[in-house]
Design a protein around this ligand. Structure first.
Ligand code: ATP
Ligand code: MG
Length: 375
């Protein structure tokens, strides 16, 4: 007696039990589907058929997997917890079981899968097996994670800005006022000393203490302004950029040219803070890394967009090499610009200076519609 099979062993149609035989053209259709792993399990959970999508997603050839128990697709923890059997039991009981979770490819790499298992019964209601449809959702999961990370980053950034503003206010209002009061008390003390010799000594000491308090007041103001310059909230972005540039010129031996064109009323609070932080980080980088003699900042505002350029004539850097571990300045700049709905470009090469170009949309002004006749 011959034992010849009508099909080769790696043919996905080979090991079907008679009960799971399906219409040939329909099977060809299913086998050709690339985006979904669609296959049959027998009533015990052994793989009975295999399609191209299953091979693409899970990595097994039909001849490697047909006949093996489907629990090989699950991570060890799920196998230990009896998850594969549970899913079959639910599908057998309810007709269908759906799950989303990690599964394992042939090479051991994990993928995030959406799985639907549907029970197959014969006319008498006896269980024949299961249809299992698996979709690789890893890309969607990564996208959702990315979106989540971006929302979190925006939230963290705005929380940091609020915290900075509140510390700056405390430093300026509370500490600053108390130091000013202390200085006044000292000056009253100085004028009250009667004995001429003691008075001279006290006045000298008091004078020194007043000078020290002045220095502390100056430091508190400087720290507060570094956290969030009051001028940004009081006089607006352009004045704050001007203040920042003067501060860098004063503190470092660097020539900075500043060119501002257009009006700033299209900047919301977010955009103002972001542009200020972009310029602050870019200038900090010039001072830390560039060894430049000159830097140029240009802010050009048109009706609906703003272009910010910050460039220096320093040593430059290879911007094609990707981010070095532990550096967050340029990354933070990119994230801020992305949140503004804009684009940022870093142009540099060793010996050729560093240039940052940012373009982002401005908020529509209240008089825009009237001025242009648009609604
Ligand atoms: N103006 C510049 N001139 C030359 N190299 C620069 C300039 N700006 C940035 N770089 C290079 O790009 C790298 C990344 O800058 P980035 O601001 O992201 O990090 P960082 O300044 O080193 O650290 P931090 O996270 O504190 O900002 C720097 O380490 C430096 O090598
Ligand atoms: Mg930096």
């Amino acid at each position: 007696m011959t034992n010849a099979s009508p099909t080769e062993p790696d043919d996905p149609r080979a090991p079907l039990t008679p009960a799971l035989q399906t219409d040939a053209s329909f099977r060809l259709l299913v086998e050709a589907v690339e985006d979904y792993a669609i296959f049959l399990l027998d009533a015990h959970g052994n793989v009975a058929t295999w399609n191209s999508g299953a091979k693409r997603i899970k990595g097994y050839d039909a001849r490697e997997i047909v006949g093996r128990h489907f629990s090989v697709f699950y991570p060890p923890d799920d196998i230990a917890a009896g998850k594969p059997q549970n899913e079959l039991a639910i599908a057998a009981r309810d007709g269908r079981a759906e799950d989303e979770g990690w599964r394992v490819r042939k090479d051991g790499s994990p993928f995030w899968a959406n799985v639907v298992i549907t029970a197959l019964h014969d006319a008498r209601g006896d269980l024949l097996g299961f249809v299992k449809v698996t979709r690789d959702m890893t890309d969607q999961l990564r996208l959702a994670e990315l979106q989540h990370t971006r929302e979190l980053s925006a939230h963290v950034q705005s929380a940091i800005e609020k915290e900075r503003a509140s510390i700056a206010r405390e430093l300026h209002d509370d500490l600053g006022q108390q130091l000013a009061a202390l200085k006044m008390q000292l000056s009253i003390l100085g004028t009250g000393a009667q004995d001429a010799h003691i008075a001279r000594q006290s006045r000298a000491q008091i004078g020194a203490m007043q000078a020290q308090i002045d220095t502390i007041i100056g430091s508190a103001r400087r720290i507060a302004a570094g956290l969030r310059p009051p001028v940004l909230d009081d006089l607006g972005l352009f004045a704050a950029i001007d203040w920042l540039v003067c501060d860098f010129r004063r503190r470092y031996d660097l020539t900075i040219h500043l060119h501002i064109e257009g009006e700033e009323n299209g900047f919301g609070t977010n955009a103002s803070t972001s542009v200020f932080r972009l310029v602050q980080e870019a200038l900090t980088n010039v001072v830390r890394h560039a060894r430049a003699s000159e830097a140029r900042i240009a802010i050009v505002c048109a009706r609906s967009s703003c272009t910010l350029t910050i460039e220096d004539d320093g040593c430059g850097a290879d911007v094609t090499r990707g981010r070095a571990a532990g550096t967050f300045g340029l990354l933070g700049m990119s994230e801020r610009v992305r949140q503004l709905g804009g684009v940022i470009e870093f142009r540099s090469a060793p010996g050729e200076g560093f240039r940052i170009v940012v373009t982002f949309p401005l908020e529509r002004r209240a008089d825009d519609g009237l001025a242009t006749g648009e609604s």
